[in-house]
Design a protein around this ligand. Structure first.
Ligand SMILES: NC(=O)c1ccc[n+]([C@@H]2O[C@H](COP(=O)([O-])OP(=O)(O)OC[C@H]3O[C@@H](n4cnc5c(N)ncnc54)[C@H](O)[C@@H]3O)[C@@H](O)[C@H]2O)c1
Length: 253
């Protein structure tokens, strides 16, 4: 069954490429108009928007550093103005930043990882909540398998930040449930072909990761996007405070 998001208005952060782009395109394919956020460089955002526009939906790009409260407020306000309201927020932007062992980690590294993954989620949700409460909307946050299994060596800050996203998602779901807003997380495992892994995971390590996935393949950005579309749809109205693991059974609870 394909979700029908006709006339929905969505903001996806970090949607220039990778998982964020796949989410933006999938939401548009389901009928939504989409505000495409990107970070420091244009990052492919114009191409994401062009794909959506050519498929007959509305789309526009918006730049902001998701670690910066004022920039996030402007992002959400401009995106909401463009869309004429907001029904769906996907806080996809995030980054490993780099690997660092705790004994050698700088204060700055720790803070950067928390800011870009966890504080950004809080800032974006806070700015969007008035519009989402008005529309009885949906929030989907981006966690990671690392929140459950700790990630690889040197990923403590990232694992802590993504576990924080899971906790934030649960608490916010309780807080805004009475106002009609659902809040869920997706927690992808290894998603192949993303800049994330091409930057931080050597090819042989990527191969080893796939070998450890019971379903026999790495995930794709489209696998993540399909889950986000479901969580954004009317069919998921009773799903809130959940974390949907997308790991090909690499992680089972
Ligand atoms: N690739 C994977 O296997 C995987 C697995 C689990 C979770 N994730 C999460 O999925 C999300 C997307 O990852 P991806 O693999 O597509 O990686 P990516 O690096 O291709 O995308 C990350 C996005 O976040 C944006 N971003 C980063 N820092 C920013 C900042 N300071 N301000 C604004 N935007 C910023 C980037 O512009 C980019 O669009 C991330 O939150 C990542 O942690 C990825």
């Amino acid at each position: 069954m394909t979700a029908d998001l006709t006339a929905s208005r969505a903001l996806v952060t970090g949607a220039g490429h990778g998982i964020g782009r796949a989410i933006a395109v999938a939401l548009a394919d389901a009928g939504a108009d989409v505000a495409i956020h990107y970070g420091q460089s244009e990052d492919g955002a114009e191409d994401t928007a062009a794909r959506i526009i050519s498929a007959g939906r509305r789309a526009k790009t918006f730049q902001a550093d998701v670690r910066d409260s004022a920039e996030v407020s402007t992002l959400v306000s401009d995106a909401t103005d463009f869309l004429g309201g907001l029904d769906i927020l996907v806080t996809n932007a995030g980054h490993l930043v780099g690997r660092a062992l705790v004994a050698e980690m700088t204060d700055d590294h720790w803070q950067q990882v928390l800011d870009v993954n966890l504080t950004s989620t809080f800032l974006t949700c806070r700015a969007a909540l008035p519009s989402l409460i008005a529309s009885r909307g949906r929030i989907v946050t981006m966690a990671s398998l690392a929140a459950h299994n700790g990630g690889g060596a040197g990923a403590t800050a990232y694992a802590a930040a993504k576990a924080g996203v899971v906790g934030f998602t649960k608490a916010l779901a309780k807080e805004v449930g009475p106002q009609g807003v659902t809040v869920n997380a997706v927690a992808p495992g290894f998603i192949a072909g993303t800049a994330f892994h091409d930057t931080f995971t050597p090819a042989d390590a990527q191969k080893a990761m796939v070998a450890g996935i019971p379903v026999g393949r790495g995930g794709t950005p489209e696998d993540v996007a399909a889950a986000v579309v479901y969580l954004s749809s009317p069919a998921a109205g009773f799903v809130s405070g959940a974390t949907l693991d997308l790991t090909g059974a690499q992680w089972v609870r």
